[in-house]
Design a protein around this ligand. Sequence first.
Ligand code: FPP
Length: 245
Amino acid sequence: MSKESIKLDRLPKHIAIIMDGNGRWAKEKGKFRVFGHQNGVKAVREVSEGCAELGVECLTLYAFSTENWNRPKMEVNALMTLLVKTIKGETATLMKNGIKLDAIGDRSTLPKDCLSQLDEAIEATKNNTRMTLILALSYSAKWDIVNATKTIAERAKNGEIELEEIDEELINQTLTTHKYPHPELMIRTSGELRISNFLLWEIAYSELYFTTVLWPDYRKEHLYEAILDYQSRERRFGKTSEQLA
Ligand code: FPP
């Protein structure tokens, strides 16, 4: 399995990743969980660079879920500090690689310093066109769907839209993910076989790929394996194989 076997004309435009296993990785080494998160940054760099080099247009990383706020305060604080530090430290690399940064999730719950660092990096990289790196921060798919529902209900109540106008497209346009195509490939590391409230609406027809590799050990070769596996699948979207042929 190598990079050369990847068919560049059949790349997924958008890959989404549930980065899992940082805590277990650290525990295996007799260290605190935060050590796993710190070492997860290297994997973030690897996949971002790997995707940009291949020509993947969007990469969404599940960096912090709505549910992650329930972790011990010390771990939440450490994760937020790491996020701020990483975003600040990596902005120059994003610029060098032509990567635009964006974020999805509940901005109102993010600490001020995290939000301002995030906005600064988003602003600095806004004209980059090679790839978009989307961080899901304080994000959950159900949160996004509930919010979109409220927005649509409000518009209907104000007479701005008719009930008949509520369709898939309107819902797509109202979610925080509206700027990007839906991911064709979703990857989860660490051997867990769950979606954990990530992009539920958007993965209706995504190919799912699970690996037992723990996130801090994830490297470009693992990304290539996932893409090759994706390219070996037949995507039928409800049709039969014969119809596709
Ligand atoms: C899941 O592992 C990982 C997270 C909740 C955090 C991921 C964040 C990083 C890798 C920092 C990256 C920074 C940027 C800018 C994207 P876990 O703690 O659930 O692991 P476990 O399942 O083994 O306990």
